[in-house]
Design a protein around this ligand. Sequence first.
Ligand code: EPZ
Length: 420
Amino acid sequence: MQVLSVCGGVPLRGTAVIHGAKNSVLPVLAACVLCRSPCVLHNCPNIDDVESALQILRHLGCTAARSGSTVCVDASGMDACQIPPELAGKMRSSIIFLGAILSRLGCAELALPGGCPLGERPIDLHIAALRQMGAECVCSPDCVCCRAARLHGAVIALPFPSVGATENALLAALGCGETIEIQNAAREPEITDLVRFLQSAGAEISGGGTSKLTVCGGRPLHGTTYTILPDRVETASFLCAAAGCGGDVTLVRTDCTALSAVCSVLEGCGCEISSGRDSLRIRAPRRLRASRETIVTAPYPGFPTDVQAPMMAALLRAEGESRICETIFENRFHHVPQLRKLGADIALCGQTACIRGAERLRGAALHAEDLRGAMALVIGALQSEEESTITGIKHLRRGYDNLEENLRALGADVKCVEIC
Ligand code: EPZ
């Protein structure tokens, strides 16, 4: 079994390279199904979820190959509309293929998606949107089947700006011969990136980045060459690691425009953050001040739920008491009992965590249960001079490319060891 060994207690100093965004490349890979000639995607992170998406594409009859950080997909030979449990169950993003396959072939059959255990994670908003376009969807406890002889125009008002439901509705809408309007659409940068990719393939979409998307579908898309935007969650994770440990870290090949909510919290805790054209530099004191304001997760441009766990870890030693409220997922505190093993003082009251800064943290044997929680354990362990071990690192492999090497480039003592 692979275990991450971490010995911390030192400031982080140096430069780390940020990769393409997991939550952008995955819907873009699903969208390639709509393109009748090859797509070339640059800046694709080398992570397990991308490999899972490539396996799904090959299962559907597409060709999909990687060369370094470039992925080439040719969906011209696509001849299947089913995704079996062993592929769909590996990640949440498999559900985004539903709208794309339905749009392309008029039928789709998917086993229910996997992904981080953050709560129930239903797909009712996805299904409701497809039904509004005329799809017949039948949901059973372990799979969903959709058929649509013809998808028609609709005004889809999402009750919540769901990222996945927005992506599914967008991809299905491209198969409609009429205009589709998606109201209360998610505004995350990854949605904007998906819109830009589709536009580069010939799609007629307006409103990317706003809460109203208008799609004039019905025409096949052509192949394109596209560069995936930098991963804002990876960037925020490294900012939190530097803030928790202290030091002076520069992140390159990133996009500093999408992290104002995270940067303002860290600056309020005593960090100095400066940005270049495609870089961010953070200088952090040995010990942060606690966050004066309660950190509340919210849909973009609010504080990202994916940064809730890394930020909690950054605040474990902050002087004073910080509060974090999780409003997006009902069960996203799996990392709390693990962080307590390090000596962290965290009290949970419903969806709010209260962190009282500890003078020192100890080493511990930790276990990760989800992707961003796993990163929080790494950040927590990096703040103790004692050794910690982390199991469940398969979660890290799903979403962080080259993590150990990047952390070692900053002076961290992190290594992956095999234990029997
Ligand atoms: C995407 O998940 C991201 N995943 C998540 O990142 C991210 O945390 C989330 O958006 C919010 O920003 C990918 O993009 C692959 P939602 P998604 O639909 O689409 C409820 C990571 O760590 N909901 O916006 O699943 C849902 O249960 C991952 O990279 C319904 O009730 O998020 C949740 O409470 C974790 N019915 C809330 O909405 C639905 O049909 C937000 O979900 C859909 C969602």
